[in-house]
Design a protein around this ligand. Structure first.
Ligand SMILES: [Zn+2]
Length: 201
């Protein structure tokens, strides 16, 4: 017999993850991503219009106490970076354009090392991003934010590796460098990430 339908116990639940929309990554900060302000305003608009179509709205923060060689006075911009997102400083705060959003969870990463993926972090109560998504029966995640070629890529690839359906809405992301952004999109695509824009259903 073909065509048997196995009923799902719960509808497919969706999470929206905004990666590292922190002041230090905006224009004027020590590690600016070009177009960050405009992109963050688009994310805010999207959350206003479509935020309630997601079961969980999550933000990640790079949150460094003593990240070792991740910070450098002579950064190579590959594995070492100028000092950024020091815990409890203004530069580590969510940028003003998204500061008033109601987040279901805030995931902080990189306290004592460089950490690019949100899946390396945890919320205040110690829950990892993977635990949070599992607890909430999430199947589908949309990843947006900063930067496409670093933390968005790492978060999306980890989500795929954990078995989630992952969409990266590139019109709600900004990258540091055009060439590494191109390579990041290619790596995500190979891993099965989709790239529906924010205007697609
Ligand atoms: Zn960092």
């Amino acid at each position: 017999m073909s065509g048997a339908v196995v009923p799902r116990l719960s509808p497919e639940r969706r999470a929206f993850i905004v990666v590292d929309p922190q002041s230090d990554f905006f224009e004027g900060g020590p590690l600016p991503v070009s177009g960050a302000t405009e992109t963050a305003e688009s994310i805010a608009r999207y959350l206003r219009d479509r935020g309630d179509t997601f079961d969980l709205r999550i933000v990640t923060q790079d949150w460094h106490v003593d990240p070792g060689g991740h910070w450098s006075d002579n950064p190579d911009y590959v594995t070492s970076w100028p000092v950024h997102c020091a815990a409890n400083t203004g530069g580590a705060q969510i940028h003003a354009s998204l500061a008033d959003e109601k987040w279901d969870a805030v995931i902080r990463k990189g306290l004592h090392e460089g950490a690019y993926s949100g899946f390396e972090g945890a919320s205040d109560d110690g829950s990892t991003l993977a635990e949070l998504l599992a607890t909430n029966d999430v199947h589908y995640v949309t990843v947006v934010g900063f930067a496409t070629d670093h933390c968005v890529k790492a978060t999306a690839l980890d989500a795929r590796a954990l078995g989630f359906d992952v969409n990266v809405a590139l019109d709600l992301c900004a990258g540091v460098d055009p060439e590494t952004t191109r390579l990041a999109i290619s790596a995500m695509s190979e891993a099965g990430v989709t790239f529906a824009t924010s205007s697609e259903p």
